[in-house]
Ligand binder design. Structure first.
Ligand SMILES: [Zn+2]
Length: 151
């Protein structure tokens, strides 16, 4: 009997939109798409906030105001943060370098692939993760790259 109930419950499980695990949704929550795990709930909140920011000008203005207030109350926070986090400074420096490089390289867009590949010199490169919600905590990965031209 317990086995039957378990099987019944299995049929009612859904897949979490964040971790893709199967879970039994709470019948009190309408259109539940995320399981109760902390990272999944955080992801749900982030998505909600992002959507809200994109669609609700009042929410956007509110967020801007409260951020401004917080910054006025903590005027040296980011200065201190940058001072204390060498990895953050390094990442920003590399991202800026990358933006500068992209600005300079734009006219190359019409070059064919072979020409572009030959522009990349073998050597040490930094792999910079694409911007995410925890920007400040991200690390820069250093990887040695060998360029292998296709023939
Ligand atoms: Zn989940």
């Amino acid at each position: 009997m317990a086995g039957f109930a378990q099987e019944e419950a299995m049929h009612r499980t859904i897949r979490c939109a964040h971790c893709h695990c199967r879970f039994l949704p709470d019948p009190r929550v309408k259109h539940q798409r995320f399981c109760a795990n902390k990272p999944c709930q955080r992801a749900r909140k982030t998505r909600w906030q992002r959507a809200k920011l994109a669609t609700d000008p009042d929410y956007q203005a509110n967020q801007r105001d409260s951020q401004r207030n917080w910054q006025n109350q903590h005027p040296h926070y980011w200065q201190q943060y940058r001072h204390q986090h060498a990895d953050y400074r390094e990442r920003n420096r590399l991202l800026q370098q990358h933006r500068d490089h992209k600005r300079r390289v734009r006219p190359l867009a019409k070059m064919d692939v072979l020409e572009l590949v030959s522009c990349i010199q073998p050597g040490m490169y930094h792999l910079i993760p694409v911007v995410g919600p925890h920007l400040a905590k991200m690390d820069v990965l250093s990887q040695k790259c060998h360029v292998i031209p296709m023939t």
